[in-house]
Ligand binder design. Structure first.
Ligand code: SF4
Length: 376
């Protein structure tokens, strides 16, 4: 049973076998400190023991959690259960790379209580996977989904990237259809973004390739949404689709509605009440802090009511369920309908939002420009 107010637990595994050139998540490619990290992670859990209400989600992300041996993953989950109460039917998600998955490892992962798998397929086209620097092949991408199904997973999410240089819309939609043949319960479709400071960002600066212009990017977005709607998926967040809300990521929804979450591991962020804090984005500093018996917190910030309400607006307008106006008023002391009357009616006329059942919802066209809606 989902409890939207129960907090979520995130665990960041900061290791990858190699860096994808577009990625700016924190991870290192040497595994020499893996054993020390696993010990430190257990110590970090102990430092938060008793502080949070029972969790109803555990999300092991990274980095590449699937490069850990099943026994190491099982130990992490044992430590979680020793240190924190979990509600019955807790959603336990593991992020995986298709190259790491075989029937034996998936069966072991399912057996330890992981009940939701996300598979970072990214593309089903070998040339595009090579451009993205992925370490798995197009064949492995499909095989991983099929094998996960055979191993007993009934909640599988697939991550895909579109708008890759050289990829036309027809080619993308074809890849999407190939993915749909496996009937994943969840799809995350992200437009390729170029982050400064990454190898891809540097090539882009030197004009080694170009990205879709605004019109083409919009076309990718709208056609993706249309195809997935036709296939029975709910478009519940800008980039996320589920075969019914029962398969929407329970964990990620906590990030979007100010539910508390605890993040463990290097670079992980946490949030509770009006406070956000984040860990050192360095395995060495993380290990050093925990070695000294301290929480590895790099910085903390307290958000004002105004910051919280703007953030809630920004995050809410990225979701299909939008903003519940009465809850918003109670929580942030702002009557949006009264305060933004003219702007809201202009957005309604432009077909970007609707107001019904006491909620402000973005339309599909609104979701396409969700970040600008937050500036209303
Ligand atoms: S595997 Fe994932 S986390 Fe690791 S470098 Fe590639 S995109 Fe980043």
């Amino acid at each position: 049973m989902m409890n939207m107010n129960a907090p979520g637990l995130y665990i960041h595994i900061p290791f990858c076998l190699r860096k994808c050139p577009y990625c700016d998540f924190y991870s290192v490619t040497t595994l020499t400190r893996l054993t020390a990290f696993l010990e430190a992670l257990g110590a970090e859990m102990a430092l938060y023991c008793g502080e949070f209400a029972p969790f109803d989600t555990v999300y092991i992300g990274g980095g590449t959690p699937s490069l850990l041996a099943p026994q190491q993953l099982a130990t992490i989950l044992d430590r979680v259960r020793e240190n924190f109460p979990l509600l019955p039917d807790t959603e336990i998600t593991l992020e995986t790379n298709p190259a790491d998955l075989d029937h034996a490892s998936l069966t072991a992962i399912r057996g330890m209580g992981v009940n939701r798998l996300t598979i970072g397929c990214q593309s089903f086209d070998q040339a595009l996977l090579t451009f993205l620097g992925r370490r798995h092949s197009a064949t492995q991408a499909g095989d991983a989904i099929a094998t996960a199904r055979c191993a007993g997973f009934t909640n599988i999410g697939v991550d895909l990237i579109y708008g890759i240089p050289g990829q036309g819309i027809a080619q993308w939609l074809d890849a999407l259809r190939r993915c749909l043949a496996y009937q994943p319960e969840h799809l995350s479709c992200y437009q390729l973004t170029v982050e400064e400071g990454t190898p891809l960002g540097n090539s882009y600066r030197h004009k080694a390739f170009s990205l879709p212009n605004e019109d083409l990017a919009l076309e990718f977005f709208m056609q993706t949404a249309e195809l997935l709607k036709g296939a029975g998926y709910v478009h519940y967040e800008v980039s996320n689709f589920a075969r019914g809300m029962a398969f929407a990521s329970r964990h990620n929804q906590k990030y979007w509605d100010h539910t508390p979450y605890l993040g463990l591991g290097p670079g992980a962020h946490s949030f509770a009440t009006n406070r956000r804090w984040w860990n050192y984005r360095s395995v060495d500093r993380y290990l050093a802090a925990l070695g000294a018996g301290e929480r590895p917190v790099a910085a903390t910030e307290s958000l004002t009511n105004e910051q919280l309400q703007l953030e809630a607006l920004y995050l809410g307008m990225r979701t299909k369920q939008g903003i519940h106006l009465q809850d918003y008023a109670l929580r942030y002391h702002v009557d949006l309908l009264a305060q933004k009357k003219d702007r809201l009616s202009a957005l309604q006329k432009e077909g970007l939002i609707t107001i019904e059942d006491g909620r402000l919802h973005p339309t599909r066209a609104g979701l396409a420009v969700a970040d600008s809606l937050a500036l209303l």
